[in-house]
Structure formats: structure tokens, C-alpha cells
Write a protein that binds this ligand. Structure first.
Ligand SMILES: Cc1cc2nc3c(=O)[nH]c(=O)nc-3n(C[C@H](O)[C@H](O)[C@H](O)COP(=O)(O)OP(=O)(O)OC[C@H]3O[C@@H](n4cnc5c(N)ncnc54)[C@H](O)[C@@H]3O)c2cc1C
Length: 392
């Protein structure tokens, strides 16, 4: 592409805010398309991020060609319990999920962006964004103003850029997590295996994800029940004899799912990943959503950078919204149906997943990226069953 900013040294083609999976991918994509791209990150990489670090097949498929995943484990067994009871372990021969530490994974993705030509500036916290004619102006906490032809907000679930764009969410959840160091016999017991536990609060669940000599243990449930969520976390840890978490890193985090008609852009400013509220409502898997929306946002921002009139900018951002809604929006819609069923009939879901091979195979197909949730539910009988089960 012909870079507009090359004749204006203080004008970037694309500024990306946030160097998580969405931002690193958007920056790499825009840079690969020839854009002068600046990636702003408030932390210094590698930085800790509260996350299970489970890469489902859709995430792995969305990684750049030749990317070496800094993997800590490969999962081919899924244990499922219902409030720590009725545990059953399902196995497949080939691994379906890859475990990573997010600090290592995000730093590697950001390296791909800088190798493609993006400039990374760390310790820069963005305070606000505004549009001024044919440019967008990003203001940092230090009071610096940076100008670009297009901005991608990939600054996570507490996004400043999302406020500017007007992102609206219909599901906000509270997640609690602990990274627990474990002894070698425990390490061996969990190798290659994750645990999912359906929790006592409707729609809640817990997980144990192995990372070699650490286990990532967490629970998630709808925001608004902090005491019950904390109690569930404590019971969950106790049921696995992991209450002694003095040496564990513990943290809490909110996750957000957008309303289907929530905006994805305003003028020359786009949002991607958690900032856009793009997250699977049932499992709260968000890395594949961040990688896929980040790539689309990078392409869109590169196209906006060369757009001279407002009409072209609108057409370009409309196309971004269409693609996000067609692919990720459809996945979220179908996943929400599964969540509704799970909230009402957790035991039915548990029995189906643990006793009916046709259903447990679907879980493996989803985890491996062999099928999306809409594809898994894509038959009339399943849709009728979901509709009936979801009736008041
Ligand atoms: C407890 C928990 C467990 C999870 N487990 C999984 C899992 O196992 N698998 C999965 O797929 N998903 C999981 N998710 C979801 C996943 O973590 C997110 O969906 C994913 O991180 C979204 O990526 P992102 O790039 O949009 O945002 P983030 O990863 O949050 O990255 C945002 C970046 O922006 C930076 N930033 C923020 N504000 C500013 C600012 N103002 N200026 C500059 N920089 C800024 C941050 O420092 C950060 O580096 C989990 C979430 C939680 C809370």
C-alpha cells in the first residue's frame, strides 16, 4: 500500500493500543500490509495476564505461519465433574488443547509484530482517543498526543477505547484464578489432562489447567455474586487438596461479552478482542476471538489508512462489522444458547457430556478446532432440543 504517513513523519498509518493477542495480531497484520504501525502497551513485556492459557484449535489455526507456540502442555484428556462430584475422564489419542503461559505467548506474538515492522512502545498507557478530521488522536497518560490515520483499540476488558466507540455488553462475569506450584507427583497426575467442573451458581464453572510444575486453577460466574464465587473457588481448591496457596499467584478479572448489535468502530477507530466484548459466552474462551478479530482489525485499519473520504471509511468499517458479526457474532449467538441450557439444566449437560459419546465427541471437536459451535449445533434436532430446553 502507499503509506500516507511517509510524507508526515508525525502521522502514523495505524496505532494499536494494547499488546495482547488482539493488538499484537492487528499490529503485525497492518505492518505486513506496509503500514507505519505503532503498538502502545502500558506494561513491559513479558507481563502477567490472568488467563487459563488454554489454546483451543481455533486459536492455533489463527496464529501466524511458522509461529512457535511456547507450549507448557498438550491436552488429550478432559475430566468433567459436577460441583466436584461424578468425575469422569474422557480421552482422545491426539492433543486438542495447547497450554501456554500468557506472558510468554503474548511476548512471542508481539515479537512477530515487531519483526513485521511495527514499532513497540512499552510503559505507555493510553488515556483517551478522539477523531479530528482525517486523523485520530491518541492521548497518553504522560500527556503526549499521537496521531494516526486509524486506531485499533485492543486494550482488553477494561478498554478506554471501547468507551469512545460505545461498546455495550450483555454478559459480565467475574473470574478468580490461582497459579499453584505443585510437586512432581502432582505434575505427573495432571499431565495432558484438564478438569472442568460445573459450579453451584447458574452458568458458573471451574477449571484446572496443567502447566508443568504449576496448575492454573480458576472459577468464573456471573458478576454480582462475589461472596458465592469466592466460596466456590475455596471449595474447588479444597476438593483438590490445594487450599494451601500461600505461594500461589492469585488474581481476579472481569470478562465481558458484547450485545449482538454493539458497535465495533467509530470513525477511524476500531475495537478488537476483549475490548470489543468478543468472547465465547459459554466457556469464556477469548484468545481465538482476539486473534481472529485482531487480524480483521489490522486489515481494516490498513484500508482506512489510505481512505481519503468519510464515505470510504464508513464502507470499510461496515465491512469489518459484517465480517465480525457473520463469523464471531454467529459463534457467540450459538454458544449463548448452550449457556442458557447449561444454566437451567446443568445436570442434563453433565450427563450428556460424560455419558453420551456423540455429545462428548462434540466437545473434543470444538476444543480441537475441527468444528465451531454453530457447526456442532447445526442440525434441526439439536436446535429444537435447545429451544425447548431454554423455554421458561
Ligand atoms: C481467568 C481467565 C481465564 C481465561 N482463560 C482463557 C483460556 O484458557 N483460553 C482462552 O482462549 N481465553 C481465556 N480467557 C480469555 C482471554 O484471556 C481473553 O479473551 C484474551 O486475553 C483477550 O485478548 P486481548 O488481546 O483482547 O486482551 P488482553 O489480553 O487483555 O490484552 C490487552 C493488553 O492491553 C494492555 N492495555 C490495557 N489498557 C491499556 C491502555 N490504556 N494503554 C495501553 N495498553 C493497555 C494490557 O496491558 C494488555 O497487554 C480467560 C480470561 C480470564 C479472565
Amino acid at each position: 500500500m502507499t503509506s500516507k504517513s511517509s510524507s508526515h513523519p508525525h502521522l502514523w498509518d495505524v496505532i494499536v493500543v494494547g499488546a495482547g493477542p488482539a493488538g499484537a495480531t492487528a499490529a503485525r497484520t497492518a505492518a505486513e500490509m506496509g503500514c507505519r504501525t505503532l503498538l502502545l502497551e502500558r506494561a513491559v513485556l513479558p507481563r502477567y495476564k490472568t488467563c487459563g492459557g488454554g489454546l483451543v484449535g481455533a486459536s492455533v489455526a489463527a496464529l501466524p505461519a511458522g509461529f512457535r507456540i511456547p507450549s507448557r502442555d498438550h491436552i488429550n484428556q478432559i475430566s468433567i465433574s459436577c460441583h466436584s462430584r461424578g468425575i469422569r475422564t474422557l480421552s482422545q489419542r491426539d492433543p486438542v488443547v495447547t497450554m501456554v503461559y500468557r506472558d510468554e505467548f503474548d511476548a512471542a506474538l508481539t515479537r512477530s509484530a515487531t519483526e513485521a515492522g511495527a514499532e513497540l512502545r512499552e510503559r505507555v498507557q493510553v488515556k483517551s482517543v478522539a477523531t479530528n478530521g482525517e486523523t485520530a488522536v491518541v492521548t497518553t497518560n504522560g500527556g503526549q498526543q499521537l496521531r494516526a490515520r486509524s486506531v485499533v483499540g485492543a486494550d482488553g476488558s477494561t478498554s478506554r477505547i471501547a468507551c469512545y466507540v460505545g461498546v455495550r455488553c450483555e454478559q459480565v462475569d467475574l473470574a478468580l484464578e490461582a497459579e499453584v506450584p505443585v510437586a512432581s507427583d502432582e505434575t505427573a497426575a495432571w499431565k495432558g489432562r484438564v478438569l472442568l467442573d460445573w459450579g453451584p451458581i447458574p452458568g458458573s464453572y471451574g477449571w484446572v489447567f496443567p502447566k508443568g510444575n504449576h496448575l492454573t486453577i480458576g472459577v468464573i460466574s456471573a458478576r454480582g455474586h462475589p461472596h458465592a464465587t469466592r466460596a466456590y473457588m475455596n471449595e474447588f481448591l479444597a476438593s483438590h487438596h490445594l487450599s494451601n496457596i500461600e505461594n500461589a499467584r492469585t488474581s481476579g478479572h472481569l470478562t465481558r461479552c458484547r450485545l449482538p448489535d454493539s458497535p465495533l468502530s467509530r470513525g477511524r477507530v476500531l475495537v478488537a478482542g476483549d475490548a470489543a466484548g468478543l468472547l465465547d459466552p459459554m466457556f469464556r474462551e477469548g484468545i481465538s476471538f482476539a486473534l481472529r478479530s485482531g487480524a480483521l482489525a489490522g486489515h481494516t485499519a490498513a484500508a482506512i489508512a489510505t481512505a481519503n473520504d468519510g464515505q470510504l471509511v464508513r464502507e470499510t468499517t461496515d465491512s469489518y462489522a459484517r465480517q465480525i458479526n457473520d463469523i464471531l457474532g454467529t459463534e457467540m449467538l450459538e454458544s449463548r444458547k448452550v449457556l442458557t441450557l447449561f444454566k437451567k439444566h446443568p445436570r442434563l449437560v453433565h450427563t450428556g457430556l460424560t455419558r453420551v459419546p456423540a455429545i462428548s465427541n462434540k466437545l473434543f471437536d470444538y476444543a480441537a478446532g475441527r468444528a465451531t459451535i454453530p457447526e456442532l449445533l447445526d442440525n434441526t434436532t439439536t436446535q429444537i432440543a435447545l429451544a425447548l430446553a431454554s423455554r421458561p
